[in-house]
Design a binder for this molecule. Structure first.
Ligand SMILES: Nc1ncnc2c1ncn2[C@@H]1O[C@H](COP(=O)(O)OP(=O)(O)O)[C@@H](O)[C@H]1O
Ligand SMILES: [Mg+2]
Length: 278
């Protein structure tokens, strides 16, 4: 067997990587004169989970707010081949981006179901009656929301509120789901539940951009990871590789660090065993 043939056969047996659904180039954003993001570049392959971890104030929420179009940004944001850098927030949502914000932003006095229906406007604007199906799917995924559908959102527990915020985003059947610290303020058991939801969502094919301070849980669920420190990526690579990186272990996964002290249950995935010792 000559080398050319051997190389050819290897190429034929390796599946082609999925194309990038999201490509971000030199993203800069901030508030007034204060620049927070100093030029971030990264991409997310269709169907993958990409995480951005980093300490409080690093610019994680600013990144997601810039990507969804809630704050102005410079650089380039390419989503499914279209340059959305100048697109409005509504246009980005119509094209399939969704953000579950850090503060959840639910309508506390409104019933659970009305909060969900508000998330269905993309389907309604598309004159697509798929929103009824979307509601059924959300209730199937979150039976607790169905049980509480007439209850005011403000009376839900922290974990249920996070489920509602995720459910509302799913009502638009997004292709890119951006989650801003879904485990923030939740007890360890509820955090595990939320991360198993993330794992289940990835199995549906949706691309997930997950922002977290809980580095251990995020690295366990993600394919690719970036460590954001004061507006720039300090480290990046496959999540498994970062989980083994002494710099990440020392700063974000150390027993004394606290930030990474909550681990999700080991969840088997299509890609095999999880990489982080839990
Ligand atoms: N609305 C705002 N106005 C001015 N500065 C802000 C605003 N939101 C965040 N910042 C500042 O931007 C920096 C990054 O914040 P943020 O993106 O919220 O960080 P993270 O989500 O990583 O905790 C911080 O210094 C924060 O104080
Ligand atoms: Mg934040």
């Amino acid at each position: 067997m000559n080398p050319v043939n051997r190389r050819g056969s290897v190429e034929a047996s390796v599946p082609k990587p999925a194309p990038a659904l999201l490509r971000v180039e030199e993203l800069r954003a901030g508030y007034g004169k204060a620049e927070v993001l100093a030029g971030l570049s990264f991409s997310a392959r269709a169907g993958s989970v990409v995480t951005i971890i980093g300490p409080n104030g690093a610019g994680k929420s600013t990144t997601l707010n810039a990507l969804i179009g809630a704050i102005p940004a410079q650089g380039r944001i390419v989503f499914d081949g279209s340059d959305l850098t100048r697109a409005t927030l509504e246009e980005r949502v119509m094209l399939g981006m969704a953000l579950v914000p850090e503060r959840r932003e639910l309508f506390g006095t409104m019933p659970v179901e009305d909060n969900l229906l508000l998330g269905g406007w993309r389907q309604m604007r598309l004159r697509n009656h798929g929103w009824r199906g979307a509601l059924d799917e959300v209730y199937e995924r979150f039976p607790r929301l169905k049980e509480r559908r007439a209850q005011a959102a403000g009376t839900l527990s922290g974990g249920e509120r996070q489920m509602l915020a995720i459910g509302r985003a799913l009502m638009g059947r997004p292709r890119l789901l951006m989650l801003d610290e879904p485990s923030l303020g939740l007890a360890p058991r509820i955090t595990r539940e939320i991360f198993s939801i993330v794992e289940a969502l990835r199995a549906t094919g949706v691309t997930i951009l997950l922002v977290e301070q809980n580095a251990r849980a995020a690295l366990a669920v993600a394919d690719h990871a970036h460590v954001l420190e004061t507006g720039a990526f300090a480290l990046q690579g496959p999540a498994a590789q970062l989980a083994d990186d002494p710099r990440v272990i020392e700063t974000y996964l150390g027993a004394a660090g606290g930030q990474g002290s909550v681990a999700p249950a080991a969840i088997p995935t299509e890609s095999g065993a999880r990489h982080v010792a839990l």
